[in-house]
Design a protein around this ligand. Structure first.
Ligand code: T3D
Length: 266
């Protein structure tokens, strides 16, 4: 396992395990809540992962007992802090878009509480795997805000209007077990198995044709705003693009030759 030069003070830690890039939010004393330095570090880590040919899957997790408690409320109440709307436009919106446009699959390994923008950062990842003791809180209503970091777009798509409004209006804490039951997340595992399970899943995805996986995410997200005919047209466009790429030819050749495929496109 490689590790980048990092100090315990860095708001984000980055390490590689083979072709999996693990990004750890690292402000455990404040449940990894977002400050401006953490925004900058996370965006830079995602850009670096997107640009590194050796990286074929990204895992985002949190240090300590939390995943991410959303905006650091102490920073927000500092008189020198930017206005709330500016933070959304300049940080949460670009972050959510960046995650949704990564050229490789992105997993959230939710190790503890995920609240506010922290919950929606996790939910915006392609797959969410959570420890049994983790939880999800749409904390915004308790402080007079609306869900951000993609929450209003993601929640109804994941769990429908009734559950979205239930979660967003009450701000109740949802256990990871219940989140799995209602389809908010992909998987829930015993605490001790979280990172082994997340890394095993990430390694499995990294060995797959990741260009096609990223295109699948794009197609599924885009189809939510299309009628059937337009979605079918978009599928045809993407299929033509992918069929001409190396990985599709390799997948078919490997199948016919009864050998394991080696996917390299990104
Ligand atoms: O543009 C904009 O800025 C608007 C954008 C908003 C995006 C958002 O994310 S708004 C939502 C912000 N987040 C919250 O409102 C969540 C606040 N936190 C909580 O409700 C609770 O801490 C949790 C439910 C997440 C966890 O509860 P619990 O009991 O497990 O932990 P705790 O004791 O409350 O927190 C532990 C420590 O973390 C504590 O510090 P201390 O007392 O040990 O020194 C607490 O103050 C700190 N902490 C937790 N969340 C935040 C935080 N510090 C700053 N900001 C936080 N969001």
């Amino acid at each position: 396992m490689n590790a980048s030069p990092a100090s315990a003070e860095d708001p984000v830690l980055v390490r590689d395990q083979g072709s999996v890039r693990v990004i750890t939010l690292n402000r455990p004393h404040a449940l990894n809540s977002f400050t401006l330095p953490m925004h900058h570090a996370l965006r830079a880590a995602l850009s670096d992962a997107a640009g590194a040919a050796s990286v074929r899957c990204v895992v985002i997790t949190g240090a300590g007992r939390g995943f991410c408690a959303g905006q650091d409320l102490a920073e927000l109440t500092d008189p020198s802090a930017p206005p709330v709307g500016d933070l959304v436009a300049e940080h949460y919106k670009p972050l959510a878009l960046q995650v949704s446009r990564m050229p490789v699959p992105v997993l959230a390994a939710v190790n503890g509480v995920a609240a506010g923008a922290g919950a929606n950062l996790a939910l915006g990842c392609d797959l969410v795997i959570a420890a049994e003791s983790a939880s999800f809180v749409q904390a915004f209503s308790k402080i007079g805000l609306v869900p951000d970091c993609g929450g209003t777009w993601l929640l109804p798509r994941l769990v429908g209007r009734a559950a979205s409004l239930g979660l967003a209006l009450t701000g109740e804490k949802l256990t990871a077990v219940r989140a799995r039951e209602i389809g908010l997340i992909w998987q829930c595992v015993p605490d001790a198995e979280l990172m082994p399970a997340a890394l095993a899943l990430a390694e499995r995805l990294a060995a797959m044709p990741v260009k096609a996986l990223a295109a699948t995410r794009r197609a599924i997200d885009a189809a939510q705003g299309l009628d059937l005919e337009a979605a079918l047209t978009e599928e045809g466009r993407l299929q033509a693009e992918l069929a001409a790429a190396h990985d599709c030819r390799e997948g078919m050749a490997a199948f016919l030759a009864k050998r394991p495929p080696v996917f390299t496109d990104r």
